[in-house]
Design a protein around this ligand. Structure first.
Ligand SMILES: Nc1nc2c(c(=O)[nH]1)N(C=O)[C@@H](CNc1ccc(C(=O)N[C@@H](CCC(=O)O)C(=O)O)cc1)CN2
Ligand SMILES: Nc1ncnc2c1ncn2[C@@H]1O[C@H](COP(=O)(O)OP(=O)(O)OP(=O)(O)O)[C@@H](O)[C@H]1O
Length: 196
């Protein structure tokens, strides 16, 4: 798919919609066993980063997103602490908390209870709709990750996670609040962006 570089909010909205449609169609096309295999490749690709980390944060995947839960389980097997996002409400600040994903959150995803301690992960696996060769990321458009990562990025590696095609060839214009990623990981391996 040819994707234009963005220079206006309308472009970003259109690009997000096109990439979400592609993600949906791709995920729907995957036989379950192929999907599991690809998610296992993602875990394998992340192994060196998991090994080097102390506290690994990931996310509870939405239907079309690649699952980082295998990688999170691998981190736990390596003796690492793990964390997941938690929200009090849709418009409240996202925090990373330790503990099992045992409660329904406001986005329809399971999350740790809000009574679980907040943590500062040093490896954050970030969901995305797409990202470009500079590490600029398009998310779901609510700014949750941008706001949360701003305060965490100095002490953490930010690794975008997706299906291989979610790393775009073309640059997407960055907004001032966008938090660039340090790397992108997919079943095909890791691409470092050299942002630090
Ligand atoms: N796994 C995951 N968790 C995440 C994010 C994400 O991108 N992925 N988010 C990143 O910031 C936040 C949630 N942001 C969201 C923003 C919009 C919609 C949304 O439009 N949902 C549709 C229906 C679901 C769908 O299309 O799959 C809706 O509510 O109509 C969902 C989540 C926090 N948690
Ligand atoms: N640090 C911030 N402070 C205040 N507002 C912010 C901040 N970061 C993002 N926003 C707001 O969030 C909105 C959505 O931003 P954007 O389209 O870049 O989201 P996104 O990166 O796609 O979504 P997400 O981070 O939730 O995955 C913007 O209108 C922006 O004003």
């Amino acid at each position: 798919m040819v994707v234009p570089s963005t220079s206006s909010p309308a472009d970003k909205t259109a690009l997000r919609a096109a990439l979400r449609a592609r993600r949906r169609d791709y995920a729907a096309s995957l036989p379950p066993e192929t999907r599991t295999l690809l998610e296992d490749y993602l875990t394998a690709a992340l192994e060196p980063l998991l090994f080097a980390a102390r506290i690994v944060a990931a996310y509870q995947p939405m239907k079309d997103e690649i699952s980082p839960l295998g990688a999170l389980a691998r981190a736990r097997a390596l003796g690492k602490a793990t964390a997941l996002p938690a929200f009090a409400a849709r418009d409240s600040r996202m925090t990373f908390r330790s503990g099992e994903a045992s409660e329904a959150g406001p986005w329809g995803l399971l999350q740790p209870p809000l009574s679980a301690p907040p943590v500062q992960p040093d490896l954050i696996l970030v969901p995305l709709v797409g990202c470009d060769p500079l590490g600029n990321r398009i998310g779901m458009g609510q700014g949750h990750y941008d706001r949360a990562l701003e305060g965490l990025r100095n002490n953490a590696r930010l690794v975008g996670i997706g299906w291989e095609f979610q790393l775009l060839d073309a640059e997407i214009g960055a907004d001032p609040w966008d938090q660039p990623l340090d790397a992108f990981a997919s079943p095909a391996g890791i691409t470092e962006f050299n942002t630090k």
